[in-house]
Design a binder for this molecule. Sequence first.
Ligand code: NAD
Ligand code: ZN
Length: 342
Amino acid sequence: MLALVKAEPGPGLRLETVPEPAIGINDVLIKVHRTGICGTDLHIESWDAWAAKTIKPPLVVGHEFVGEVVEVGSNVHDVHPGELVSGEGHVTCGRCRHCLAGQRHLCPNTVGLGVGRDGCFAEYVALPMTNIWHHWPGIDEDVAAIFDPFGNAVHTALAFPVLGEDVLVVGAGPIGLMATAVVRHAGARYVVVSEPNPYRRELATRMGADLVVDPRERSLADVQRELGMVEGFDVALEMSGVESALQSAIAAMAHGGRIAILGIPIRDFTLDVTTVVFNQLTLRGIYGREMYETWYKMTVMLQSGLDIRPAITHRFPFREFEAAFAAARSGDSGKVIMTWAS
Ligand code: NAD
Ligand code: ZN
């Protein structure tokens, strides 16, 4: 089969012919239809310090996908050839305290699809049956392809109650854009999005933001005055990984405010802990998705009118992967989809 491979340490990816993945008795083989490009894939492609430390080539990359089941292991009874599925890209151990408690998102032994095992930028991908999520027939396959980052958005956006609350979304990358639509759908009062990139601010407005702000030009205090907010934000979703952005969010919170942090800092940074203490803020780190409560919530929110399609801005056939990666890297994009088959 054809696959996008990190063949050796160093920058770049190659489209190569590799063997189809072999499946064990508990595994599912999937013919990949569409895939999404994630920031993780960009790190692996460019071979930055994180990738050099983490990735052991040769590796088929990619973890966001939708596809059709073509074969199942002899122990698999509730997944069948022909079904449309995505996969949870965190393969957990099933044996640790958290896995046994049904809290698989807390597993310390997680292996990532397209990071620690061969991924989905390929004509076929294999996963354990416990990582399979069934889609309803007729779902938009572009949307189904990005359930993984959509799940990051949902897990973060619903980490704290948002009904009636004033919510700040920090960073309108693909995940911040989807989170904007989620908190709107979930009943937030004001949704303010802070984002320096004008293309993404425009997308944030389409995703339901009441107000978008360029943090280089306007303070959050000023935004709060315009909206008539007297207490500060009740909830913030940190989706940029940028030091000054989290610092500004901390300063803009109401007393008792809650900040869910998804953004991964590229270097350690300092925080105003004094304000966290005196203003009694809660800061919570978010990683991945809850298995499978987040997946359930994604499905039912889409079925009850949530629309994340405006966050998908580019589509490419897989042979044009270089153009697809360039679009994702440019910043003037939302989610970028690569099509493998249909
Ligand atoms: P992205 O890099 O596309 O988006 C980040 C956005 O933040 C960009 O649009 C950027 O312009 C904006 N930004 C930069 N400086 C800013 C500032 N000062 N204030 C506000 N916004 C600013 O990333 P993404 O794919 O949308 O992912 C969001 C973050 O979540 C990234 O840091 C990513 O590494 C992280 N992530 C975490 C997990 C997890 O499980 N914790 C999973 C996926 C992604
Ligand atoms: Zn575990």
